[in-house]
Design a binder for this molecule. Sequence first.
Ligand code: UN1
Length: 508
Amino acid sequence: EPLMARLAKLESVHWHAEPTFCSDDPHEDGAEIAPINKPHDLTSEVGTRRDSLPEEIERAIGIAAKIQPGWNALGGENRALLLEAAADLFEEHSDEFLSLCQREAGKTLPDAVLELREAVDFLRYYAGEARGLFSEPFMLPGPTGEENRLSLAGRGVFATISPWNFPLAIFIGPAAAALAAGNSVVAKPAEQTPLIASLAIRLCHQAGIPEEVLQLLPGAGDVGQLITSDPRLAGVAFTGSTDTARAINRTLAARDAPIATFVAETGGQNAMIVDSSALPEQVTRDVVASAFQSAGQRCSALRMLYLQDDIFDETLAMIRGAFEALDIGDPVKLATDVGPVIDPDAKAALERHVARRKKAGRTVWRRKMPKGTGAGCYVAPTIIELDSILDLKRENFGPVLHVARFRSEEIEQVIDDINSTGFGLTLGLHSRIEATRRLVEARARVGNFYVNRNQIGAVVESQPFGGEGLSGTGPKAGGPHYVTRFATERVVCIDTTAAGGNASLLAS
Ligand code: UN1
């Protein structure tokens, strides 16, 4: 078995040294991996797309299934070393990643830096998890003196399906978790951002993660549909819209196969509540960051701001002041605060939403767009006044903030309205009243609750991220329960008395 023989070789290698695994690798001459060192080669391909063919998908999953037991047998420590070697290479290649995040995903430079950092954090954190989780815990001996062992192992082949808004961090994060747990992975990036994904995959291979263990399957929804209908998959880790998560769940359930593990991180209808005890300057800064950073294209982003009525006018005036000062334009320019949205469909959906609210007679503030933004996928940052979050029917994924007023005695109703959307991702609160913080914390059903700060940018390890209800299945990415979801548990129980041959339950 040549694949297994190659994995056996891997076991004896100390990583961080020059990887020797791929000695019979077709890429050894460097021809295939050359673009890594030439960013212009990749950036000049921005906008190109390739869809995996049905036979490639079929073949990739077959190869992944065949290699997985060997990858699992390699052990948590070795897998950790390989993931850490990949993290090192990601850092070495930061220039290429930053440039691609700007050009392929339209990110501003600060957003691109945060994204790369999150990707590296995920690789290192899940590497640490591979070390910790796969050392066996101490198990009490059984009542008749048996020796008991509990171990974790990979489940098999995982598919990861990731979004364009975090084309690097959320592409590599779930894949790294699945790999850490001992699974092989077929990874489908968003169709809008295949080049960032392909650079990430090449560097993982260069770090020594075998090509058979981590394979890239680019394409759009039809490719995802083909992948997820394959009965050989043990599970899927998905980040994207709630509707797509439902469709994947149906596809998985319809297979003539064991029940799959499904980890989904989906949408949000995120609110922030600001009472009259809040500090207006802090509120202004945090509202603008939560709603307009990344052009509002984060599932954590603020969509619905509730301002207490007695501070409504003055706080909104300050927010509008900061909103008018945002620099909008080319994400490659250093001064830019708000870049474009991802594609013409995203722009059209946001424009329809704004037009409908205008038609319904709502007060709408829009930024006047600078010259030169007419041709690109730019959406003018917008603030729309509404009565309540219940006026929103869907997630509006872009630089559009809604604002409503509430009276202090209505705060419980506000929380109930937020809960009744069914989403439960992020919630912000600005208040200096401890009782209010306790009330909101106890009553709101959200995954990530942020107090007196912005509500985006959860940090791996310190702030595990993920929601409930329509926002996803959990467990939280970058938290201590995530990797275990990708693993299966086995208990081995050995009756040590039988080994002596002088005792049996019947005789005793
Ligand atoms: C997403 O937009 O899909 O907290 C997730 C944050 C990021 C994750 C966003 N760490 O904003």
